[in-house]
Design a protein around this ligand. Structure first.
Ligand code: KG4
Ligand code: ZN
Length: 341
């Protein structure tokens, strides 16, 4: 049995969780900085880092207090080491390292996207390996072939804007504020997705890469040339959301065919999108693959996925070397796993 504390501070959420390799997830806490960044229309890196400093330690104390967990019982501290905002990452990394040193346990640097792609395994009916992962967040749109824990092959990546970034920019353009994804999908509910047809970028040529910046420009020119009424806003939001969902589904199907996998997992903030889920469900039923998600609160950034990734590491990989490490850019395929034999 091993008890692992997970710390997530890569962007604008401070997340902590404790995972027990025998009993599963014992508890988690999240503090979202969204309200603070909303005034600026996006994440301000320096403010994010400072706020993590303020929130992280009380959040850990609060969680451990509720769990009646003495810190000395922890076997490892897992922290998001990248990719992400360097100042924000350093807060989690230094806190994890300080705790690890004081407790005499290893600190485990975790890849944020590995956290996302393992998150569906926290659910009751988890997918078995192998599977394909669609990781769609504010910073990434990736398709990854997952043969097993630590065996990741990048199938496709974004060439410019990530899917979540496209949602955020569209929201700003339509005057819907930050964060954009939930706002766009809320407004889209009252719109007609067929009223305006937006392009499905990069779907008419082979390959699994994504590009959403052209779609964003299309939204911009359409909106500027329109009457900018509430009705048009809803139609633009619905048409945009439909285009993103369709594009992602087309690429997923292609990835499933290319790899021959039968299970698809979807994670990252955009995985919370209701329309994307509907489109993928229909596509999976039609083309014979099953789709898995983390629960909604674990689609977006959280500490549970980091504690879990750390716990798997403890089980499979053994000890960490204790160096303070952060990686603002970090290819998923470069992850090394020590198998312990
Ligand atoms: O995974 P995440 O919490 O943070 C990153 O690692 O980036 O993802 C945040 C992104 C934001 O761009 C946000 O607008 C988007 O996920 N998002 C959504 C929805 N909820 C969050 N996009 C579309 N529909 C949603 N319901
Ligand atoms: Zn994320």
């Amino acid at each position: 049995m091993a008890l692992v504390l997970g710390i997530e501070t890569s962007c604008d959420e401070t997340g902590v969780a404790v995972f027990d390799t025998d009993r599963g997830l014992l508890g988690h806490r999240l503090y979202s900085q969204v309200a603070m960044h909303a005034d600026y229309g996006g994440v301000v890196p320096e403010l994010a880092a400072r706020d993590h400093v303020t929130r992280l330690t009380p959040l850990i104390a609060d969680l451990c207090g509720e769990l009646e967990l003495e810190l000395t019982r922890l076997d490892a501290i897992a922290y998001t080491a990248g990719p992400g905002l360097v100042g924000a990452l350093l807060v989690g990394a230094c806190t994890a390292q300080a705790m690890a040193m004081a407790l005499g346990v290893p600190a485990l640097p975790i890849h944020h996207m590995e956290g996302h792609l393992l998150a569906p395994l926290l659910e009751e009916d988890p997918p078995e390996f192998p599977f394909v992962a669609l990781l769609v967040s504010g910073g990434h749109s990736m398709l990854v072939d997952v043969a097993d824990v630590g065996r990741y092959q990048l199938l496709g990546d974004t060439l410019d804007d990530a899917a979540g970034e496209a949602f955020d920019k569209t929201a700003t353009l339509l005057g819907l504020g930050y964060p954009g994804g939930p706002a766009v999908s809320r407004v889209a509910e009252s719109g007609d997705p067929k009223a305006i047809r937006f392009p499905r970028p990069m779907t008419n040529r082979p390959g699994l890469d994504f590009s959403f910046s052209g779609l964003k420009t299309h939204v911009l020119t359409t909106w500027r040339a329109s009457d900018q009424s509430d009705r048009t806003r809803a139609n633009v939001a619905a048409g945009f959301q439909e285009a993103v969902a369709d594009t992602l589904a087309i690429k997923c199907r292609r990835a499933m065919t290319q790899t021959g996998r039968k299970r698809l997992i979807v994670a990252g903030g955009v995985g919370a999108n209701h329309r994307l889920r509907q489109v993928l469900k229909a596509d999976g039923e039609k083309h014979g693959y099953q789709v898995f998600y983390p629960r909604l609160e674990f689609c977006t950034d959280n500490g549970a996925m980091i504690a879990f990734a750390g716990a798997i590491r403890v089980e499979r990989a053994g000890k960490a070397d204790g160096a303070v490490e952060v990686f603002p850019r970090w290819p998923l395929e470069k992850l090394t796993y020590r198998t312990g034999h």
